[in-house]
Design a binder for this molecule. Structure first.
Ligand code: CP3
Length: 342
């Protein structure tokens, strides 16, 4: 039994004293102890070394009273396991030397055995669970097939992912084959994470908002929903679609336990679109953590009062920025922990 199960209660839709809180990208660059490790080990070495991944997962937990841990890893370990040799390059970010641009390349991509290729992630889960000692739940995650395709085709980050979009519109057959291969790998990967003991899985659709509502259905949601269908009998599935407010109604009809929302939607409207029945997660503007601790506290209180304390997981509307002062992140978390119904 997990001692602090506020996060799981919110996912089950149960009433709570206060909402649970965690921050997307909490195990990352805003922490000085994480940055200190960068000089010693490169990024994917940290992902591939279970002892390091478990230790990084614990960094924010040791500092702050968070209600959930998220395993330190990256969404790109999945395409790596499929044979795409992603590197993390300084001041560039994710980098794939030979991006996927043709049907022939897609046909040559394999759906790997996840135990052979991603065993280090499962070992990291085991070590992390020992360190967590059942104090709080551990969240496992994967990128959405569309978001992974964006990096595979573009070869790197992008503002609009127009090469990835052109690829889908010019070669829909190749795009769908690639999306299906990513989906099949992701389902096997997340199922194994659940077997290893994560309490929930979150699918990050960071670039879903680049698509029109119609294209979102065809190139993103269709595949995310396959993951939801496969995993929801086994665990809680949370879907975070950045910029995907237009899909909230459709997503609400699925078997997700919660939906993540970004800061561009009002809490009241997100509640309307999700029938007032869905657990919602979000949606503090990550840049707002540059406000003073006093302002952050005031804004967090407002955010909770507007979403309501039940069926709600306090979080940012996207990952924490690398330059956020520690005390501002703390102000955000403490404001949720200290929140009282008025
Ligand atoms: O704390 C956590 O949330 C767990 C760890 C986590 C990381 N990446 C670690 C990481 C998670 C959940 C991710 C997900 C991820 N990775 C996403 C989806 C979420 C989102 O923010 O949209 C995406 C799009 C990626 C791909 C990726 N990995 C990018 C775009 C970058 C940043 C590159 C840059 O230089 O800005 C990464 C690197 C990365 N992943 C870092 C961390 C802590 C920074 C690594 C470093 O600089 O040392």
């Amino acid at each position: 039994m997990i001692k602090n199960d506020l996060y799981l209660k919110a996912l089950r839709g149960e009433n709570v004293e206060r909402p649970p809180v965690w921050m997307m990208r909490q195990a990352g660059r805003f922490l000085p102890e994480f940055r200190a490790m960068r000089d010693e080990y490169d990024f994917f070495t940290r992902c591939r070394t279970p002892e390091l991944a478990a230790e990084i997962t614990m960094m924010p937990i040791r500092r702050y009273p968070l209600d959930a841990a998220i395993l330190f890893s990256d969404i790109l370990v999945v395409p790596q396991a499929m044979g795409m040799d992603f590197k993390m390059v300084d001041s560039v970010g994710p980098w794939l030397e030979t991006p996927i641009r043709t049907m022939e390349q897609v046909q040559n991509i394999e759906v790997p055995n996840v135990n052979d290729t991603l065993g280090y992630v499962f070992d990291a889960i085991e070590l992390t669970l020992q360190k967590l000692d059942n104090d709080i739940p551990l969240i496992g995650f994967a990128g959405s097939p569309w978001t992974i395709l964006c990096y595979c085709v573009e070869g790197k980050g992008s503002k609009a992912f127009d090469i990835a979009k052109s690829f889908c519109f010019q070669n829909p057959e190749a795009a769908h084959l690639l999306l299906q291969k990513i989906t099949d790998t992701t389902i096997a990967y997340l199922k194994r994470k659940v077997e290893k003991g994560v309490s929930a899985v979150q699918v990050f659709d960071s670039w879903g908002g680049m698509l029109s509502p119609e294209d979102y259905q065809e190139f993103s949601w269709k595949y995310i929903n396959q993951i939801v269908e496969a995993l929801s009998p086994l665990t809680h599935v949370v879907v975070f679609g950045k910029g995907c407010w237009f899909a909230l109604e459709e997503m609400t009809l699925s078997k997700v336990s919660a939906l993540g929302v970004d800061w561009t939607i009002r809490p009241e409207y997100a509640r309307v679109l999700t029938n007032h029945t869905m657990t919602l997660q979000g949606n503090f503007d990550p840049a707002r953590l540059h406000s003073t601790p006093e302002t952050i506290k005031k804004m967090v209180n407002e955010m909770i009062n507007r979403f309501g304390k039940d069926r709600y997981i306090a979080n940012l509307g996207h990952g924490i920025l690398p330059n956020i002062p520690l005390e501002n992140a703390e102000a955000f978390i403490r404001a949720v922990v200290d929140w009282k119904a008025n």
